[in-house]
Design a protein around this ligand. Structure first.
Ligand SMILES: NC(=O)c1ccc[n+]([C@@H]2O[C@H](COP(=O)([O-])OP(=O)(O)OC[C@H]3O[C@@H](n4cnc5c(N)ncnc54)[C@H](OP(=O)(O)O)[C@@H]3O)[C@@H](O)[C@H]2O)c1
Length: 184
C-alpha cells in the first residue's frame, strides 16, 4: 500500500479551528480558502476525518471517505453513505480501513478534527496550514493537540515538517496557506 497523506486546516491567528461550542464559526470561512480546499479535495482519492468534521461541499457525496468513530468496534460500512467506511482505530489498522474503502494507492486528505490531525501528523507528507491572521477565537477549539501552549507552526516543525512558500488566499482579510513538507 503506497499512500500519500496530506493535512488540511484553517486556523485563527491564535491557532483555533472552531469556537467555544466546538462549531466552525463564519469568521473562519473565506471564499478563497473554500476554493483552495474544494479544489484540493476534488483531486484526492480518499478523505479521512472524525465524525464531526465533514467538509459539506457540493461534491462531497461523490468522495470516498473514512470516518473515525467509537460507535463501532473496528471497521464497518456507513449505512447512511455508500462511499463511506466507519473506522475505530482501537480495533483495526488504518491500512485495513483503506482496504475496506477500496484504496490501495493514491492521496489521502486528512481534514480533522484536532485528535485526528494529532494521530496522523507524523505520517503527513505535507500539511496545508491556512491561517486567518485577523481572526482571534478566545476559548476556541485548538487546531492541534498542544495549541495554544505552542503555535500550530511550532507543532508542525516539531513533527519534522518545514514551511514552504505561502500562497495568499484573501489579501484583504489576511488569509494565506502554507505547505509544510516533510524533508526527504
Ligand atoms: N477550521 C478547520 O479547518 C476545521 C477542520 C476540521 C474540523 N473543524 C471543526 O472542528 C469541529 C470538530 O471537532 P471535533 O473535536 O469534534 O473533531 P472530530 O474529530 O471531527 O470528531 C470527533 C469524533 O470523531 C470520532 N473520533 C475522533 N478521534 C477518534 C479516535 N481516535 N477513535 C475513534 N473515534 C474517533 C469520535 O466519534 P464518535 O463520537 O462517533 O465516537 C469523536 O467524537 C467542528 O466544528 C468542525 O467544523 C474545523
Amino acid at each position: 500500500m503506497t499512500l500519500r497523506i496530506e493535512g488540511y486546516v484553517i486556523v485563527s491567528a491564535d491557532g483555533m479551528l472552531a469556537d467555544a461550542r466546538n462549531v466552525m464559526p463564519d469568521e473562519l470561512k473565506f471564499e478563497g480558502d473554500k476554493a483552495f480546499f474544494t479544489a484540493a479535495l476534488d483531486r484526492v482519492d480518499l478523505i479521512l476525518h472524525g465524525r464531526n468534521s465533514h467538509e459539506d461541499q457540493p461534491n462531497s457525496p461523490r468522495r470516498r471517505r473514512i470516518i473515525l468513530t467509537r460507535n463501532i468496534g473496528a471497521i464497518a460500512p456507513d449505512p447512511s453513505n455508500p462511499k463511506a467506511t466507519l473506522w475505530n482505530p482501537a480495533g483495526a489498522s488504518f491500512e485495513a480501513a483503506c482496504e475496506h474503502a477500496g484504496i490501495e494507492t493514491g492521496t489521502v486528505a486528512v481534514i480533522g478534527g484536532p485528535g485526528v490531525f494529532g494521530m496522523f501528523m507524523d505520517r503527513c507528507d505535507v500539511f496545508w496550514l491556512s491561517v486567518a491572521s485577523k481572526v482571534r477565537i478566545p476559548n476556541g477549539e485548538p487546531g492541534f493537540p498542544g495549541v495554544p501552549a505552542r503555535s500550530p507552526q511550532n507543532i508542525l516543525a516539531a513533527h519534522g515538517l518545514r514551511a514552504g512558500t505561502p500562497q495568499i488566499l484573501d489579501a484583504a482579510e489576511g488569509v494565506s496557506v502554507t505547505p509544510w513538507r516533510r524533508d526527504t
